[in-house]
Structures are given as C-alpha cells and as structure tokens.
Design a protein around this ligand. Structure first.
Ligand SMILES: [Zn+2]
Length: 303
C-alpha cells in the first residue's frame, strides 16, 4: 500500500562538477517519481558550495538534461553558492550554543594525532577527527569550524547510536561521535561544508522527503544530528541502489563516468528505471507516458 504523506516536498540536488551521468539520472528519476507518486512537489537545488570543483556551464547543462528527460522543477532552482549568509547564521547559532568550535589542525596534525592514538586509517575511510581542538586552540590560528558531536548528543539527549529509518533499506544506525567524530561545518579554506549546507537548505526549501543515491546514506546520521542542533525537522529518507560502473566500482563524475547520452532520452530513462527495479515502459512510448507508468509502479519493492 502506498504511503499517504501530505504535504510532500522532495528534491534533487546535483553538484555541477560536470554533466549528469547514469547514476545521477537514477537519483533524479527516483526523487521525481517519489514526489509524483505522493502528489508532491519536486525541487532542484544546485549544490555548488564546493566552488573549486564546480565547472562553469555545468549548472544550466544539468537543468537542460533534466528537462530533456521530462524532469522539470516545480519552483525556482536554489543555488548554494548564493547562500553564504544563511550558512553563517546557522554556524553562529551553533557557536552561541557552544556546540561548534574552531579547529587549527592541518591534515598532517590530524594524521599524527591518530597515529599517536594507535589508529591506522583504512584506505578510502574517512578519518575520525581525534578531538584535538575540542577544548580550545593551542596558539594555532583557527582553520576550520567543527561540530562538538558528543556535546550536542548529550545536551539534547539524542539516542546513541543514532537510529533512523530508511524507507527502502530499513533500520539504520550510526554512533556519530565514535564513527565520524567532530565533523567540519566550515572548511579550512573558508568554504562551507556539505553537511551544514544540505541541512540548512533542506529546511529552507521545506523538504519533507529526501530520495538520493545510497552513496550518501552514510551522511544521514550526521545530518540528523545537525538538524537537531539547529532545531530543524528531520525529513523522511530513501536511498536508491547505486548504479555500478563496468568494473563494479561506483559510477561518478570523479572516476570519469561519461556524460549521459540523451540522443534517445527514453532509452536513458529506461536504463535508470531498470536500475530502480521498475518495469520497462513500452518501446516508442512518449516520455510523459513512460514517467506515468513508473509513477504508478512506484515505490519499487525492497530487494
Ligand atoms: Zn583541530
């Protein structure tokens, strides 16, 4: 039975580091279908907060690619690069509560501290910040701002580990303080961290349901902690299966996944729909018909 959840506002939030690829179309389609199946709104947010990684022109190209696939946002597009003042206000709120602190560590400082604690860092595993600056800077200049995760959890009496429910993957849990540590809110280079920007923007756009790729599943507990810290609501979450590259690795713009071939938009959408476990739309169907077929078949059953 389909969940009846009203009101519904969903979103697709691409980073303009290149054109859409097969994996990002899956996430876009999933979020669009979920919104339509709930009779809700679907918004697009351009996550261009990491400006050095953004490619000029990718932003309009992505919107054009989405439109070619029949995926058109229901409200004006939000751009993170224009929202620095809002992120600063959120950081100021956290600082005022004594939940954020300046960190003067370089990457090497952090690695040395971890080594001294006997932690060896696995390849590809995010480094857990050892908490060096939690009780004050020792003469170094502040480089980044971090969230004092344990203090937020203690002050707000949040569950440990933090447990949340994914609509597709089921029960999830993470001990954020232990497994992630005091994560960055504002980076040493002055750029806003992804976690802060996402949480602030989801609330600003009134997002009730987040549907995104499973590669972002691991960020959810951190974002829920931040939502609590900022007094913001926690949306419903659904993480879609990842589209794997030929060698079984994650497909992403970073590892050279090619831009989508949209010379036949229906074919591209069929591939994305297949990755979501949806039925094949009729050959020669119009895109709007295909999207209606998949909306009726949404959500896919958990695998
Ligand atoms: Zn530090």
């Amino acid at each position: 039975m389909r969940e009846v959840l009203v009101p519904y506002i969903g979103r697709f939030a691409p980073s303009p580091t290149g054109p859409l690829h097969a994996g990002s179309l899956v996430a876009a389609l999933a979020s669009w279908l979920d919104a339509r199946a709930h009779g809700g709104q679907w918004l697009v947010r351009i996550e261009d907060v990491d400006t050095p990684r953004c490619i000029p022109g990718a932003d309009p190209l992505i919107l054009q690619q989405l439109a070619t696939c029949g995926l058109v946002p229901d409200a004006p597009v939000m751009r993170q690069s224009q929202r620095g003042e809002v992120y600063q206000a959120a950081l100021d709120t956290l600082i005022a509560k004594d939940w954020a602190y300046p960190c003067g560590c370089s990457r090497k400082d952090i690695e040395d501290a971890q080594a001294a604690m006997g932690h060896t860092r696995e390849r590809h595993q995010a480094a857990v910040y050892p908490g060096t600056c939690r009780n004050g800077l020792k003469g170094e200049a502040a480089r980044a701002w971090r969230l004092n995760v344990q203090r937020v959890i203690d002050d707000l009496k949040l569950a440990k580990p933090l447990v949340w429910h994914d609509r597709l993957l089921g029960k999830q849990q993470q001990d954020v303080a232990k497994e992630v540590g005091d994560f960055v809110l504002r980076r040493a280079d002055g750029l806003w961290a992804y976690q802060l920007a996402v949480v602030v923007d989801d609330a600003a756009q009134g997002i009730t349901h987040i549907v995104r790729g499973a590669d972002l599943c691991d960020n959810t507990a951190r974002q829920i902690v931040l939502q609590h810290a900022l007094g913001l609501p926690t949306p419903h979450y659904l993480h879609t299966p990842l589209v794997l590259g030929e060698k079984g690795g994650k497909l992403s713009k970073q590892n050279g996944a090619e831009a989508l071939d949209l010379s036949d938009p229906l074919l591209a959408l069929q591939t994305a729909a297949q990755a979501l476990g949806l039925p094949k739309a009729d050959e020669g169907a119009h895109i709007t018909q295909a999207l209606a077929t998949w909306t009726a078949a949404w959500p896919p059953t958990p695998r």
